[in-house]
Design a protein around this ligand. Structure first.
Ligand code: ATP
Length: 212
């Protein structure tokens, strides 16, 4: 019996939106993988989130209700200091033995991968699944493009047979939704009901951090 890969989808989820959920869901289908959403506490590459960690977790919990394919992994929120992806993946590797690990990232985040802490070591520990995202140019920084050329595969079965080291493009349904846009809409007093999972509207307190 082959073991299902474990795929990690990290982000600030400030707030989680239907773009996140839809691409994570489709990635899980394409890779036949368990997918864990992993909210970051102190994202090394970005300004601090608008909502607190516990508010973001409350939104994620509300969003994930009613299904079991996508789960939540809160390890980066319990760790102190910045949550570098390499540290998280090394921790998962120690727990998971030779199980294939896949780091899922949107095409926008992948384009900046070369600036991540110890980025080349990521490939020793995990595969990378790149989720297409509308509006992204396909041009990559030179060192990253070389890594992609050397490691690229279209074969999900090959990826499932190896613990780490490949890059696969995952052709998920493009959805032009961003948390930035949702924060803008909420701050302007709008109601972005169908860009967000319905569970976020069950409790008015959940979206309060974004209303001004
Ligand atoms: P912000 O607008 O605040 O930058 P975001 O919508 O990009 O937020 P993040 O939590 O920063 O969301 O993203 C987490 C991960 O999800 C990243 O890898 C990002 O590329 C990916 N992602 C977010 N939205 C989409 C989308 N609509 N399609 C594909 N990938 C996405």
């Amino acid at each position: 019996m082959t073991v299902k890969p474990l795929a990690i989808f990290g982000g600030t989820f400030d707030p989680v939106h239907l773009g996140h959920l839809s691409v994570a869901w489709e990635a899980s289908e394409l890779l036949d993988a368990e997918v864990r959403l992993m909210p970051a506490s102190v994202p090394p590459h970005r300004p601090p989130p608008s909502a607190t960690a516990s508010q973001r977790v409350a939104m994620l919990r509300a969003a994930l209700q009613g299904q079991s394919r996508l789960t939540l992994d809160l390890r980066e929120l319990v760790r102190s200091g910045p949550s570098y992806t390499i540290d998280t993946l090394l921790e998962l590797r120690a727990e998971q033995g030779d199980r294939p690990l896949v780091l899922l990232i949107g095409a926008d985040a992948f384009a900046g991968l070369y600036s991540w802490h110890r980025w080349l070591e990521l490939f020793d520990v995990a595969h990378i699944g790149v989720l297409n995202r509308p509006g992204m140019s396909t041009e990559l920084q030179v060192k990253l493009a070389l890594q992609k050329a050397a490691r690229h595969t279209d074969d999900a079965a090959l990826l499932r047979s190896l613990p780490a080291g490949k890059i696969i493009d995952l052709a998920v349904t493009p959805l032009e939704i961003s948390a930035t846009r949702i924060r803008e809409l909420l701050a302007a007093g709008r109601d972005p009901r169908y860009l967000l999972p319905g569970g976020l509207f069950d409790d008015p307190a959940l979206l309060q951090p974004y209303r001004v």
